[in-house]
Design a protein around this ligand. Structure first.
Ligand code: ARG
Length: 509
């Protein structure tokens, strides 16, 4: 392997740009020799942390406004720096800003560009701040936006499941244990089980949001800073509900990222389980579901094939989401306080997890909404294989036969039916009577509908219970959507360029 060419044109252009300002590296003063190209390439995070550039610029703007308000820098200097930062912002918006490995990370890259635009005053921005509190503040701001998008995607998936449940609220199907037919249930009840999972997932994301919504600036490198800063002012400017209580924890805490990765892992896990069912249900063996052509794929060799690739790929992506969670848990577990360079590994895990989950959440709801359920197949399967046996045993137990005895009686009847190749529906009055005298006067339900209606307990599959559960889930979702809208508005207001946006560029000094 050869080292990157130190004389490549973009490197020269960049380092000349920096050299004009008399600083090769933000930390260069103490060093007599230039960094080795291999060190630079290994050390740099600019290729991926550039994703947080708006958060980085916005955080710097809040910081310098506060420095100006507290007269740590003069009001005029603060205004010059803020205007320069908005010019960098506009260059980002236009796609004009280029970085190279020599920029190291987004924080030093933005400062380098600011220096090119406004000169020496750029050097005042980093007063009372360290990259250690800066980086985690950027990640917190970025993660707040990401969690809101994840909640929106998860809520949309729940909404799709609720709509499909409502449209099929009298469809019956077999419920399974051990992947064996067990008892009939409503299809809507089955779908609402996933809504309950995604509701918990949204709770986890909201908790993760709460722990993310804490400003780290003011922690400095690790011990706090020596200037009379106003942390509450900076937090307010950036829309943070709170600021960190301990400077050492502030710069070495990555728990909120792990919270988000865990919440994502659980969403991925739930989607993976749903995917597994969709894959089974679309097979010729089940034929419970047919996916819309627009959300299915074919085979390059077998002309007849129609595959559930979306569900399979969503199931497969669970592996990398879990991997990122375990990767970061492992990165953090042995780290002494406070900042360690190891933390730089947090960002790719976070970004890829969020990208992966948002991609899954984008395609999954329309796939669910456009799936067609085969009512007849599901209904036939619902009562096959003695799925109503529990109902027969329950009937005896309701007439004071101890349930264990009732279970035994019905179990024997099932075995006789299997031996004779018949079902309960084929039994004569005499055969019912011979099974148990109580069956002379009363018969167990012989339809899925009767069996389902009998499970009329809160949380059960009886139609009125499922309707109540569906309306409750819809109300919970509506509350989530309202919460989300208020947070999205607040976050967008923080991240919005004030004034005339790009046009300010021409008027700027
Ligand atoms: N690129 C670094 C990161 O991703 C930023 C913080 C660097 N701080 C430091 N003391 N080297 O974590």
């Amino acid at each position: 392997m050869t080292a990157p060419d130190r004389q490549s044109p973009d490197r020269v252009a960049t380092s000349e740009g920096i050299k004009e300002t008399g600083l090769a590296k933000a930390w260069g003063g103490r060093f007599a020799a230039n960094p080795d190209a291999r060190l630079e390439a290994f050390n740099a995070s600019i290729s991926f942390d550039v994703r947080m550039i708006r958060e980085d610029i916005r955080g710097s703007i809040a910081h310098v406004r506060m420095l100006g308000a507290r007269e740590i820098v003069s009001a005029a200097e603060a205004a010059t720096i803020e205007a320069g930062l908005w010019r960098v912002w506009d260059e980002v918006e236009r796609g004009d800003l280029q970085f190279t490995i020599a920029d190291e990370d987004v924080h030093t890259g933005v400062e380098r560009r600011l220096r090119e635009l406004i000169g020496r005053d750029a050097g005042r921005l980093h007063t009372g701040r360290s990259r250690n509190d800066q980086v985690i503040n950027d990640v917190r701001l970025w993660t707040k936006g990401a969690i809101l998008s994840l909640i929106a995607g998860t809520a949309e998936l729940s909404a799709a499941l609720l709509d499909v449940a409502a449209a099929h609220d009298d469809h019956v199907m077999p419920g399974y244990t051990h992947t064996q037919r067990a008892q009939p249930v409503l299809l809507s009840h089955h779908l609402l089980a996933y809504v309950a999972m995604f509701d918990r997932d949204i709770d986890r994301l909201r908790e993760a949001y709460g722990r993310t919504d804490v400003m780290a600036l003011g922690a400095g490198a690790l011990a706090g800073v020596t200037y009379p800063i106003d942390r509450a002012m900076t937090a307010r400017d950036l829309g943070f509900s709170d600021y960190s209580v301990n400077s050492m924890d502030a710069v070495s805490d990555r728990d909120f990222i792990l919270d988000a990765l865990y919440a994502c892992s659980m969403i991925a896990l739930h989607i993976s389980r749903l995917s597994e069912e969709i894959i089974l249900w679309t097979s010729a063996e089940f034929r419970f579901v047919e996916l819309a052509d627009a959300f299915s794929t074919g085979s390059s060799i077998m002309p007849q094939k129609k595959n559930a690739d979306v569900a399979e790929l969503a199931r497969g992506k669970t592996g990398r989401v879990f991997g990122h969670l375990f990767g970061l848990l492992t990165v953090v577990k042995g780290l002494p306080l406070t900042f360690n360079k190891d933390f730089q590994e947090d960002k790719e895990a976070l970004f890829d997890t969020v990208d992966t989950m948002l991609a899954v959440l984008e395609v999954y709801p329309p796939m669910i909404r456009t799936a067609r359920f085969n009512r007849d197949r599901m209904a036939a399967a619902a009562i096959a294989d003695f799925s109503l046996a529990t109902d027969a045993a329950d009937l005896l137990a309701k007439h004071h036969v101890p349930f264990r005895e009732a279970h035994e009686v019905v179990g024997k009847l099932v075995r006789q039916c299997i031996d004779r190749g018949i079902t309960f529906a084929d039994l004569t009055d005499e055969e019912w009577l011979a099974t148990h005298p109580l069956f002379a006067t009363e018969r167990p339900p012989l339809t899925a509908e009767a069996s389902i209606a009998a499970r009329d307990v809160p949380g059960g599959t009886a139609p009125n219970q499922v309707r109540t559960a569906r309306l409750a889930a819809a109300a919970t979702l509506a509350e989530t959507v309202a919460w989300l809208a208020s947070r999205e508005t607040a976050h967008a207001a923080v991240m919005r360029r004030p004034g005339n946006g790009l046009r300010d560029e021409k008027e700027a000094p």
